[in-house]
Write a protein of this length. Structure first.
Ligand SMILES: *Cc1c(COP(=O)(O)O)cnc(C)c1O
Length: 458
């Protein structure tokens, strides 16, 4: 097909939207390791997990065999408010870079929450409602997940209690107010409203909190409040399942024009957008049908894949959650305060960790200032002001396109543009003022986190 026949934006028709999620675990020979009960070190059972999570979501979490799972009609209808998401051909960027590479990005920022997180938030809220629950609890760091969940809960008339990492609560008042606009109750964490919050505040008076700590508070509140369950915006296999909508749409759009990608790139925090984007393509690789190069991009300041250990670890600071086998920096690892945006979680999805361990995916760590250079360049050329998280993927997509310029290769590069950065202007401001620095933890810094990884079960 001729170049000019591919439009700037490939939009699917609503009727072409996927009606099933794809579960990549079904095609994995080495399945991700099961979640373990931290007391007994035995795999978590349905009955144990359903005290924390909604029943249907526990089923999805434990399902390593069904490749396709129907998307309920109510969720499909909600998706139609902001999906299908466009697959954009970055002609302007290609031109500016003078690269023979063909660059595409899947844009997930076209909804009020500003990111892909709504894809899973609406699914999780739906199953909670269907189970007749009163509400859900969660944590939020940078605020995107809390915003997405607030939107989803208000749609289904569910209560939503968000524990927001205190430093973000204070520094990102606009995110907080968006959540309240959608009816959520937002509490700065650590708080005095939970036992674990009180313990953490006693041990560390004046702490500005962490994601791991907010998770502990949200879980405690869910299990101690009748009619509530806890929901999580990333890391879990069910979240990757819901996010497969990103990859399925991307694949349909590419197939429509007979395009085969060579490289697929995504930023990796807990792994949900990357997992969702690559899932259908990874399925083809796992079934021996195709070959692609997959690249996970993480911040050099929080390098769970590139420098972490593949081990069972705690998912939260309070150690109330199950143990997950993943690439981890240790649940005590606190990323440097100068780090902008999300992608600061100490661990990584068990699914992606296993794929990485098996050599099916690469990972790269990039430095913060290089990420913001790419972000600004992208904003000026392609028009969209990207989220700092998404800009990690932009950085590596540009690097790969520049390599093609040197070698003359016409590679097709697809990356995930997970969201917009309007709520991250303080970070952009620091970049513009030349106040942004790079932080790379030393081996000794990382060792402190590794020391907190529990003794591995037999
Ligand atoms: C939360 C977030 C991420 C990282 O989370 P994953 O679960 O790794 O996808 C990336 N980009 C944006 C815009 C986000 O809000």
């Amino acid at each position: 097909m001729m170049k000019q026949e591919i439009p700037y934006k490939i939009y699917l028709e609503e009727s072409e939207m996927p009606t099933k999620w794809y579960n990549v675990r079904a095609d994995m020979k080495n399945k991700p390791a099961p979640l373990l009960n931290p007391q007994t070190l035995k795999p978590m059972t349905f009955d144990e997990l359903k005290q924390v999570f909604c029943d249907e979501l526990v089923k999805q979490e434990l399902d390593d065999t069904n490749a396709y799972i129907d998307i309920p009609e109510e969720i499909l209808n909600f998706y139609k408010m902001y999906r299908p998401a466009p697959l954009v051909r970055a002609y302007c960027l290609e031109e500016k870079l003078q690269t023979p590479a063909k660059i595409y990005y899947k844009f997930e920022g076209n909804n009020t929450s500003g990111s892909h997180k709504l894809n899973s938030a609406i699914a999780q809220a739906y199953y909670a409602k269907k189970q007749g629950l009163h509400g859900v609890t969660t944590e939020t760091g940078a605020g995107q997940w809390g915003t997405a969940l607030s939107m989803a809960c208000s749609y289904f008339g569910l209560d939503c209690k968000v524990f927001m990492v205190k430093v973000s609560y204070e520094q990102k008042p606009f995110r907080r107010e968006v959540m309240r606009t959608y009816g959520a109750q937002v509490t700065p964490s650590p708080s005095l409203s939970t036992e674990v919050g009180k313990r953490i505040l006693e041990a560390h008076p004046g702490t500005t909190g962490s994601l791991g700590c907010a998770i502990s508070e949200a879980v405690e509140t869910a299990v101690s409040t009748p009619g509530y369950r806890y929901v999580l915006g990333s890391v879990l296999s069910q979240v990757l399942l819901h996010q497969s909508i990103i990859g399925l749409e991307t694949k349909s759009a590419l197939d429509k024009y007979g395009i085969t990608p060579d490289i697929i790139i995504g930023c990796a925090g807990g792994g949900s957008n990357l997992g969702g984007l690559i899932s259908p393509f990874m399925g083809e690789v796992l079934r021996g049908e195709k070959k692609y190069q997959f690249i996970a991009v993480e911040p050099a300041s929080c390098p769970s894949l590139t420098r972490g250990k593949f081990a069972y670890d705690f998912c939260d600071t309070g150690m109330v959650c199950p143990l997950a086998k993943m690439y981890t920096l240790g649940s005590n690892f606190i990323p440097s305060a100068n780090h902008a945006g999300g992608l600061r979680y100490h661990g990584m999805s068990s699914v992606l960790s296993q794929l990485y361990e098996d050599g099916l995916m690469e990972a790269r760590a990039v430095e913060q200032t290089a990420v913001f250079e790419a972000a600004e360049q992208f904003a000026r050329i392609e028009g969209i002001l990207p989220a700092p998280e998404s800009s990690h993927a932009i950085r590596v997509a540009i690097d790969e396109a520049l390599k093609c310029k040197e070698t003359g290769e016409e590679k097709t590069i697809v990356f995930g543009l997970t969201g917009t950065g309007y709520f991250d202007m303080v970070a952009y401001e620091r970049f513009h003022n030349g106040e942004m620095t790079d932080y790379i933890p030393t081996d000794a810094d990382l060792q402190e986190g590794f020391d907190g990884i529990p003794k591995q079960p037999e």
